[in-house]
Ligand binder design. Sequence first.
Ligand SMILES: *Cc1c(COP(=O)(O)O)cnc(C)c1O
Length: 374
Amino acid sequence: MTNITQNKTVIPMLDIKAQHGPIKEEIKQALKDILDSGQFILGPNVRLFEQEVASYYNVGHAAGLASGTDALYLCLKALDIKQGDEVITTPFTFIATAEAITYVGATPVFVDIDRYTLNMDVSKIEKKITLKTKAIIVVHLFGQPADMDEITELAGKYNLKIIEDCAQAFGARYKGRHIGTISDAGCFSFYPSKNLGAYGDGGMMITNRNEIYENVNLLRNHGTVAPYRHRFIGYNSRLDEIQAAILRIKLKHIDEYNRNRRKLANIYTSILDGAVQCPLEFQDRTHVYHQYTIRTQERDKVAAILRENNISSVVYYPVSLHMQEAFNYLGYKKGDLPESESAADEVLSIPIYPELKPEKAEYIGNVILKALKA
Ligand SMILES: *Cc1c(COP(=O)(O)O)cnc(C)c1O
């Protein structure tokens, strides 16, 4: 009987409870302290977490926000991007990246992706720049740092702002520099499944530019400059004190979490390289594997065999943003961004999380290898 039960145990994409185990007493104590203090909004934990993230990234400012989506939105607002403006981004990302652009009334302009990195193809950006282009939102998809040098050069040439969407890439590096610090601002999400995940929603913006920080810091709190004095119309978009306390505890472990992800990725790549397209490892970039995403024309067969073996897998993302119903109004049609469209048909993300046992990764890799030969 026990054997049957064991075989039915599904290997999940992510195991939040496994991460909680070793830190649960510390978290309980932090939560108890907050309950005792009665300070739930913009208290000491938010302030300290902002300082700790600013110090981790060696940047001037960090603002704790309600979500990663809000981080992007408020950052665009702070940069005065508005109706009539265009913002260049990738169509192969979570919808929030492009949604934030529409929130300020601007138009997302999608640039096709590179087949191997799945990030924006920098050779295709310049053709999309018009007199209306104001900014580029770069996404470090799945934890893989994008081509920041080329993007920075283009932004300089055309006087564009750059925002980095680092929602999937906390701790990733590009040529020794932290992603999130190679542009005007870096935006993070602490959605529970992210590399640095809270126990609810949360987000952050980091920047070295005082005016961006000042703006975002006021925007998140009704434009409040002093009690009941409001400089401009703002929002309610603060990071929660309870989430900040949890994140402070997890921040101490983020490098170790990311190291474990990289070890598991290494195991997968050593088994699967050549049989499927594996994520690229650049010598001068540190991929943090928010997802380990393989690419093969036999994607659906591999997913089915994984399912038969009680191994989870997910397609991130099954539909490129330019083909989403929500973006019909932009007027794209099938074939406009062929690399993004074919990636949507061929990618498959397989389980990766810091607590996944290396033997399990080896097992999963071998199941995929066998599936491909079947
Ligand atoms: C998760 C995510 C977001 C949005 O973050 P939320 O905290 O869920 O609002 C934005 N961009 C990317 C690439 C993401 O993965």
